[in-house]
Write a protein that binds this ligand. Structure first.
Ligand code: AMP
Length: 371
């Protein structure tokens, strides 16, 4: 099939690399000025702006059978325009909801799925009232375009609240969230095919540094059966709500076994990268399978798997000599804090996997170095 991907970053790259192995052909939709190094050589790149008619865009993309996304911040008009010509998966509605924290949390609430207590605010009085209602510390996030901890404020006291309230006229709509006192952060990568078959990967345990994902470990350790059932129910509820097609990623807070959803991503996710080398069908392959109406492949690794992000740095050659480590490099230039690649690692033994994750992390980020 011919598949067009909106976005030209590393997730588009890894989707296309997985899809090429299955005989599919790719093209990519770039925003004006968007970097395209990650997808160089993998298919035609077409720059789209609102002036371009959809018929011309569709043709320039090679008349794809299906259009998908590698990011949620895609103009929904673009997806709806292309939907006149071919299938778009996931649906523009799922993308529209997931690109706005307020819409996303409101949907989760309406489906009976727990989140942090929250309110959407658009002016200083409603910001102040919301923070007073959720209490300190309060997490304040822009509804749109926030990721990796950007466009977020952690308010610890009234002085911080007043400072933010003073800027409110210049700020976009915000979500105010009460703090969740979680024990750890988990994520669930779920896939649903066009025909409705669902496959879930095991829960991943994720560790962050300076607001950016640093490592994932799979399956998460010490997870009770009730927690797995709760995660499974959340995934099924969401996938079925949208008749979702493709991979949906669900970021979760684990509070003593009780889960709250922090965020959804209507796409493959950094915390699912481990699946590329763990003896399962990777999240990238399963996304392509789902959107081309092929049953999802195996998601349960018979071993323990982990991932360490390469944030603003390349690994030393010695790290790559080990048989248990695989490098995935995104073809990007190195900049501080930028995700430029990741290392996957596996072991038959959990302790050994955890030891390897610590070794790789300390070799890459000596002395807990800041990014
Ligand atoms: P986000 O951009 O929403 O994923 O937030 C970035 C990180 O901030 C999360 O991975 C959490 O570690 C932390 N965080 C966000 N929201 C909350 C919350 N309501 N309570 C506690 N920690 C949070």
């Amino acid at each position: 099939m011919r598949i067009a991907i909106a976005g030209c970053g590393q997730l588009a790259r890894m989707l296309a690399l997985a899809g090429w192995e299955m005989g599919h052909h790719f093209s990519f939709i770039a925003d004006p000025g968007e970097g395209t190094d990650c997808v160089a050589g993998l298919g035609e790149v077409v720059v789209w702006d609102e002036e371009t008619p959809f018929a011309a865009l569709f043709e320039a993309l090679g008349s794809p059978d299906v259009v998908t996304v590698e990011k949620e911040h895609v103009n929904v008009n673009l997806l709806e325009g292309l939907a006149e010509y071919c299938r778009v998966a996931p649906s523009p509605d799922a993308i529209r909801v997931c690109q706005h924290r307020g819409r996303e949390k409101t949907l989760l609430q309406s489906l009976g799925i727990d989140t942090a207590p929250f309110r959407v605010v658009e002016d200083a009085p409603s910001l102040i009232a919301a923070v007073e209602s959720v209490g300190y510390p309060a997490f304040v996030k822009s509804c749109e375009l926030g990721y990796d901890g950007q466009n977020q404020w952690l308010l610890r006291d009234t002085a911080a609240l007043d400072a933010l309230a003073d800027q409110m006229d210049a700020l976009p709509p915000l979500v105010v969230e009460g703090a969740v006192h979680f024990d750890r952060e988990l994520s669930l990568i779920a896939a649903r095919s066009l025909s409705g078959e669902i496959a879930l990967y095991p829960l991943a345990e994720n560790r962050h540094r300076e607001g950016i994902l640093l490592t994932s470990e799979v399956p998460a350790d010490n997870v009770q059966a009730a927690t797995i059932s709760q995660a499974t129910e959340i995934a099924h509820t969401l996938l079925e709500h949208w008749s979702y097609v493709g991979v949906l990623s669900i970021e979760l807070f684990d509070e003593g076994g009780k889960l709250r959803v922090n965020e959804l991503a209507p796409r493959v996710h950094n915390s699912g990268h481990w699946s590329q080398n763990a003896g399962v069908t990777s999240q990238f392959t399963n996304h392509i399978r789902a959107i081309t109406d092929t049953r999802p492949g195996a998601t349960n690794p018979g071993q323990f798997a982990g991932m360490v992000n390469l944030l603003g740095r390349a690994p030393a050659d010695e790290l790559l000599e080990a048989a248990d480590v695989t490098l995935h490099w995104y073809n990007k230039s190195i900049r501080s804090r930028r995700k430029v690649g990741h290392l996957n690692v596996q072991s038959a033994d959990r302790q050994q996997l955890q030891k390897r994750l610590v070794e790789l992390e300390s070799a890459l980020y000596p002395d807990g170095e800041t990014l």
